[in-house]
Design a protein around this ligand. Structure first.
Ligand code: NAD
Length: 516
């Protein structure tokens, strides 16, 4: 066990579901315990928020450029200690070393460098040209909100919450992170790096526990909540925030369709879909969760995806680097995947590869390719969040777009075609937060682009200028440019003034024959 987190945190190690006071993190590839964290009470959460708030007051006083320079040190420390972080991500999350590097560590390091460089421009006061009142001027300024609560899932336990933590601090806030109960140790590791980077230790707090601890965080006086997780929990978070009038961002589930056109580069499409469906064991909100292949290329595409899927090596990534598909982080998710695959098969889907969980030890579901899928199957409608690629034959691109949009979710979507103009045309017809042409997943690693979904995939955006500004309050200042003794419409109201204003209004806003 990692000793650091278990000392003084309760008695014997217990499983995730069996204790009221501690949570034991396990290696999902072996079942071995890794360490314990406390299940924190509402009072402890409130105290953590207060500590963050006290540290935030001095932090917010620092010039933005100074905050940027100081947060940038986190990237220095992170890259110095990358191997240690990757090792824990592999052992606690079940993912492969390459995924821990590319999808977690590099994402945070790049995000920190990007915002440390660009936040001063993004958060600089912004003039608003006034439409009517030309004798006055307006500008917006972006000020820290206070304490941001970040509630996180288990699939990317480092890049998702720590990206938000870094952006929150750059924006001048304190942050309290409630990591998933499935992967709490990596949050403590992030805090260790934060301290090593000589950032104010109390500015960033970690509160561990299950759903009740997350609910307590929303109830502890935070000024904003960034929630990433399931649609079901997102509804509860929105209701709790609504009750307290706390603004929030929700990053929820996905059901990304991949449309493969007749003119697609089939080798690239097959490789992208295989990686997009199985990377991180399919536990990605942007995973390829359904494929619509037009009739002309369906069989050839399936053959290539099946060939790639058959070549994948699955196993314990903490024991070997020669692993393509790791373990699944959460045992209950394995059961969900199993149910969805079984029900699809019972309804007529054909298993081309995989199709079942692997016997223990560890939590593994075989990389699975299903064909003969239909839109009415649960596997095509519900989020799978596991290594399964269901494929459906469609007659043409129009049918594919219609089916892609026939979903309550709309996070990511993918189009494969050699014709870039067609790709862009199709992309613009798809109801999703992001559509990629001839690629999958990667835009989460672009801190400069917005991340978030339409429909039930979420509310608001993280990353990008939009995401950074959302971590600030927008305050509007309106001031005079010319010093008149009084405004025309002030008291006393007179008929002459009314007539003059009416004439002016008609002239300005009425019919404009000279414009035709
Ligand atoms: P989850 O909703 O079960 O849990 C997420 C977090 O919410 C956990 O920390 C949990 O303890 C906490 N929580 C539970 N009940 C709560 C409550 N009542 N109040 C406050 N917090 C509460 O989700 P999960 O299983 O950890 O993650 C998987 C889901 O996350 C998938 O649906 C996936 O698509 C989604 N996800 C979305 C994105 C995105 O960017 N849109 C990214 C990653 C994961």
């Amino acid at each position: 066990m990692d000793q650091g987190y278990s000392q003084g945190m309760g008695s014997a190690a217990t499983t995730l579901s069996a204790t009221a006071t501690t949570i034991t993190s396990i290696n999902p590839a072996t079942g071995a315990p890794l360490g314990e964290v406390p299940e924190m009470s509402a009072d402890e959460v409130r105290a953590a928020v207060e500590r963050a708030r006290a540290a935030q007051r001095a932090w917010a006083e620092l010039p933005l450029e100074v905050r940027c320079r100081r947060v940038a040190r986190f990237a220095d420390v992170l890259m110095d200690r990358a191997e240690e972080v990757i090792d824990l991500l592999v052992r606690e999350g079940g993912k492969t070393r390459l995924e821990a590097l590319g999808m977690e560590v590099v994402v945070v390091a790049d995000l920190v460098r990007y915002f440390a460089k660009h936040a001063p421009a993004i958060l600089a006061p912004e003039p608003v040209p006034l439409h009517l009142l030309k004798h006055r001027a307006s500008y917006l300024h972006f000020v820290p909100r206070g304490v941001i609560g970040v509630i996180a899932p288990w699939n990317f336990p480092f890049s998702i919450p720590i990206g938000e933590v870094m952006m929150s601090m750059i924006a001048g806030n304190g942050v309290v992170l409630k990591p998933s109960e499935v992967t709490p140790l990596i949050a403590h590791k992030a805090h260790e790096l934060h301290v090593a980077a000589e950032l104010p230790p109390d500015l960033f707090q970690v509160v561990t526990g299950r759903g009740a601890t997350g609910a307590a965080l929303i109830d502890s006086g935070i000024e904003y909540c960034v929630f990433t997780g399931s649609v079901a929990t997102g509804r509860k978070v929105a209701a709790a925030c609504g009750e307290r009038l706390i603004p929030y961002t929700l990053e929820l589930g996905g059901k990304a369709p991949a449309i493969v056109c007749a003119d697609a580069d089939l080798d690239r499409a097959a490789q992208a879909i295989t990686w997009g469906g199985f990377a991180n064991s399919g536990q990605v909100c942007a995973s390829v969760e359904r494929v619509y292949a037009v009739d002309a290329i369906h069989d050839e595409l399936v053959a290539r995806i099946v060939e790639h899927a058959r070549s994948l090596r699955q196993g314990d990534a903490s024991a070997s680097d020669d692993v393509d598909v790791g373990a699944m982080a959460w045992d209950q998710q394995v059961a969900t995947v199993e149910r969805l695959v079984d029900s699809a098969v019972a309804a007529g889907a054909r298993v081309e590869v995989g199709g079942k969980r692997r016997p223990g030890p560890g939590q593994f579901f075989e990389p699975t390719v299903l064909t003969s899928c239909r839109q009415d199957m649960d596997v095509m409608r519900k989020e799978i969040f596991g290594p399964v690629i269901p494929i459906m034959r469609v007659s043409d691109e129009d049918e594919a777009v219609r089916l892609a949009n026939d979903s309550h979710l709309g996070l990511l979507a993918y189009v494969f075609t050699r014709d870039r103009a067609r790709g862009k045309r199709l992309a613009e017809r798809i109801e999703a937060g992001t559509v990629m042409v001839n690629d999958v997943l990667n835009t989460y690693a672009c801190p400069e682009t917005p991340w978030g979904g339409v429909k039930q995939s979420g509310i608001g955006r993280t990353h990008s200028a939009i995401g950074l500004r959302d971590l600030c309050e927008v305050r509007h200042v309106n001031h005079d440019r010319v010093a008149f003794p009084r405004e025309l419409w002030w008291y006393p109201y007179k008929q002459g003034t009314f007539r003059a204003l009416l004439r002016g209004a008609k002239l300005l806003f009425g019919k404009r024959p000279w414009k035709r």
